[in-house]
Structure formats: structure tokens, C-alpha cells
Design a protein around this ligand. Structure first.
Ligand SMILES: [Zn+2]
Length: 435
């Protein structure tokens, strides 16, 4: 069933301004300097390369596709033409097609259409273009997890639009650069008491610049959390300080659990939600399914009933676990960032199941999870398409009126975010700090 583009619901979803809960966006300066070399590299940048490799494309061809030379366009297209046909119906593939159509007017990818579109790409990459792309795509603001893991500060270009997370992942996997930490906090870590002081100083200095706290520990260690005593944590810390490189990973996880708990306490005191990557792992040939289940966070959720958590990516493929956590724990929200491109049909199902199971106020519909701007534009358009379809089905089934479906869309696209995150407060602080 294609969406009825004439309905009030379809128009509402297509045009409403969207809060973007999660990107890894680099600066415009980096995009202009190091961004994809041409249209071909641009439309396939971000997640689709993983599906291409899954479909049999060699890693070398994939690297050439993204990082090869403009002059080798013929060869790069020849290597991707067949793999592209195998992935064009996946969520990542659909986002490639949407990006090609929306940004470059390409209806069907071919060598000719890619060459013809190159001037449009050149025209796009001009100073000021990045923010304009996002505004034109209808984004209200963007929450960014800077992969450099620098402490958050007001954005130099658009402090009311780009809002930054405070990264806590190095603490929880416990791969901490203590010299760097001392620079950021003024505290040299010698024992658990000074580690606690450094953690408090991180939040005291940088917490007020953050929109949330972010952890993608699922990439480096299991999500499963256990409560650790000060005595256990002190032993682990001393072992790590004594032998920074060679320590048993179990000791790192022990101290990581302790540091995560301290981070959640601090975040709670500042009313900062704590975002967790849950579920599916980007890339290929690395995912350990048991390690990524949202269920791994239950002990932490029980331990901190006053804290607020945003569990991401619909926990795919453990989506029912995530919905049940949002139903059961007051502090748990679900963000569907990246979900629409991983598995769009499941994302439709997720929205419908979530709303018929857990409070609608705790669902956040979008985040592209991209480091370059053009994929985010495509992912946002993709989300609008599938969300329309999901909500139209509720109306068609007779469960909601169109007016109710429109109300739900407004909540999950933007209103819930203003309840979950202190967006207005952060913007006000950044205005003051910027003066
Ligand atoms: Zn991410």
C-alpha cells in the first residue's frame, strides 16, 4: 500500500518539523574538506556499504567505491552495479535511492545519471550548505554524539541547532586516557576517591553543555550491567593503573560498571537522559547477538528508578524487549534512530506495537545516525514515508481517527522530545554562554 499523499495525515508527516535524536555529524568544514569525492561515493556513503559486502562485494571494491578517485568512476560503478541490484530493496538500499532522487534528481542509478548529477553535488558543497540541507529537510535540531568524544561545548556555527551528547563510553568500557581526563577535569586519578572526583568534575564542567549522556558500549563489551562495590572497583582500578595495557577484560568491565553507575547518578542530578545503543551492530562480521540485548540493562534500570534512559535503534532484533522495558520502567524512552534504515517494515511494526503497549509519550521517531549530511536527509525522508504508512494503517484498521493519528505523529516526531530532553534549557544556556 503506497501512502495516500493527499491525506491530511500524509501531509502532516511530510511537513512537520522533526527532532533528530542521534547523529555523529562532522563539522561542515570537514565535509567540505574530506567529504565524499563525487555523487557515486556520496549516495553510497554511510550504511549501505555493509549490505554491499553482505551481498558479496569485496572489501577492496567497497573501499574504492567510497574512497577511490573521481577519474576511476567507470571502474567504481562497474564494481558496484551488480551488488547494488542485490541490495536495492533493503532499508539501506532504499535510502541510497531516496538520496539519489531527492538530492540529485536521479530516478535510476547508472553511469550516465551519476555523471549528469555531478554538478549538483559540487553546487551542494558550499559554505552554509550543511545547515541549509538540514533546515530544508525539516529538522528542528540535531543531537550529536561526536565520535572524537570531546567534552560538549556550544557549537560554533549554530548553537541552537547542533546539540551535543556527553560521551561516557570510554568510562563504561573502561578504556580511559587518564592524562586526557586530568586535562579536562584538573584531577589526577590515583585511587577510587580521585576517580570519583574526576567523574564529578566532568559533569560539573561539561554537563551543562550537554543534551544527554551517550554510550555505545555494545560495540566493545556486552550491554549486561552488574552492581559493583567500591572495594571491587578499587581493586580493578589499581590493577589498571599498575598495568594500563595488560589487564584482564573482566576487571575493565567491573570498573566500567562502577563508572557507568556514577555517570547515571551524575546525569540524574542534572536531569540529563542517558542514551544507550541497543541491538544491531553496524558493519559486518562482528555482531554477537547475546551481547546487544536491551535486557542486559535491567539491573541498571532497577538500580536507578529516578534516572531517564533513552534506548536506541528499537533494540533490533530484540524489539519486544525494548517495548516491554518502556512499558515497565517509568524512566525508559525509545528512540527509533537508525531503525528505519536497518529494517523499515519492522520499524512500522515497532511504532504500532509500541503505541498499543507502552505510553505514546515515550516514543521518539527519528535519528539518522550518520556522520555526513546527505544520508541524514535521505533517512529523514525514508522515515516520513514509512511512518505515514504505519499510521495510515491504524486509521485504515479503524482503530484511530485521522485526527488521532496526526496527534500521535506530532508527539513522536517532536513534542515528546521537548519533554524528554531539556532542549529549551540548553538553548537558553548556550545563548548566555555565547555572549
Ligand atoms: Zn550512532
Amino acid at each position: 500500500m503506497a501512502g495516500n499523499m493527499d491525506s491530511d495525515l500524509a501531509t502532516y508527516v511530510a511537513t512537520t518539523s522533526v527532532c533528530d535524536t542521534h547523529e555523529h555529524m562532522r563539522s561542515e568544514e570537514q565535509w567540505l574538506r574530506e567529504g565524499p569525492v563525487d555523487v557515486l561515493a556520496d549516495v553510497f556513503s554511510n550504511y549501505s556499504p555493509a549490505d554491499l559486502v553482505s551481498a558479496g562485494m569485496s572489501e577492496q571494491d567497497m573501499t574504492e567505491l567510497l574512497q577511490g578517485k573521481k577519474q576511476d568512476l567507470d571502474k567504481r560503478w562497474a564494481a558496484v552495479e551488480q551488488p547494488w541490484k542485490r541490495i536495492r530493496f533493503t532499508g539501506y538500499g532504499e535510502a541510497v535511492a531516496i538520496g539519489a532522487r531527492e538530492l540529485y534528481g536521479i530516478e535510476e542509478l547508472s553511469l550516465e545519471s551519476i555523471i549528469a548529477a555531478q554538478p549538483r553535488y559540487e553546487a551542494l558543497r558550499r559554505p552554509g550548505a550543511q545547515l541549509k540541507l538540514f533546515k530544508d529537510a525539516g529538522l528542528d535540531h540535531m543531537q550529536i554524539n561526536d565520535l572524537q568524544r570531546r567534552p560538549p561545548k556550544p557549537d560554533a556555527v549554530a548553537p541552537e541547532f547542533y546539540l551535543y551528547d556527553l560521551s561516557w563510553v570510554q568510562m563504561s568500557i573502561h578504556d580511559v586516557d587518564y592524562a586526557q581526563l586530568a586535562e579536562w577535569t584538573g584531577v589526577t586519578v590515583k585511587d577510587l576517591a580521585t576517580l570519583r572526583q574526576a567523574i564529578e568534575a566532568m559533569f560539573a564542567r561539561y554537563g551543562r553543555n550537554a543534551i544527554a549522556v551517550k554510550l555505545q558500549q555494545a560495540y566493545s563489551r556486552p550491554l549486561w550491567w552488574e552492581k559493583r562495590s567500591d572495594a571491587e572497583a578499587e581493586l580493578a582500578l589499581q590493577a589498571i593503573l599498575h598495568d594500563p595495557k595488560g589487564v584482564d577484560v573482566r576487571l575493565r568491565h567491573c570498573l566500567g560498571d562502577w563508572c557507568l553507575a556514577r555517570g547515571v547518578e551524575q546525569a540524574g542530578a542534572l536531569k540529563l537522559p542517558v542514551k544507550f545503543h541497543t541491538g544491531y551492530i553496524a558493519g559486518t562480521a562482528r555482531m554477537q547477538l547475546d551481547d546487544i540485548r536491551p535486557a542486559g540493562l535491567c539491573a541498571l534500570l532497577r538500580e536507578f528508578p529516578q534516572a531517564r534512559f533513552v534506548l536506541m535503534h528499537m533494540g533490533y532484533p530484540y524489539s519486544e524487549e525494548l517495548i516491554s522495558l518502556a512499558k515497565h520502567y517509568t524512566g525508559v524512552y525509545a528512540s527509533m534512530c537508525w531503525a528505519w534504515s536497518i529494517a523499515p517494515r519492522q520499524a512500522c511494526e515497532f511504532v504500532r506495537r509500541f503505541i498499543h503497549t507502552a505510553p505514546v509519550s515515550k516514543l521518539l521517531a527519528f535519528g539518522g545516525d550518520s556522520a555526513w549530511p546527505t544520508p541524514t536527509v535521505a533517512y529523514c525522508r525514508q522515515m516520513r514515508k514509512w511512518l505515514t504508512r504505519a499510521l495510515e494503517q491504524e486509521v485504515a484498521d479503524g482503530d484511530w481517527s485521522e485526527r488521532q493519528a496526526i496527534e500521535v505523529a506530532g508527539q513522536i516526531l517532536r513534542q515528546n522530545h521537548y519533554q524528554c530532553f531539556d532542549i529549551d534549557g540548553l538553548r537558553a544556556r548556550q545563548r548566555t554562554l555565547g555572549q
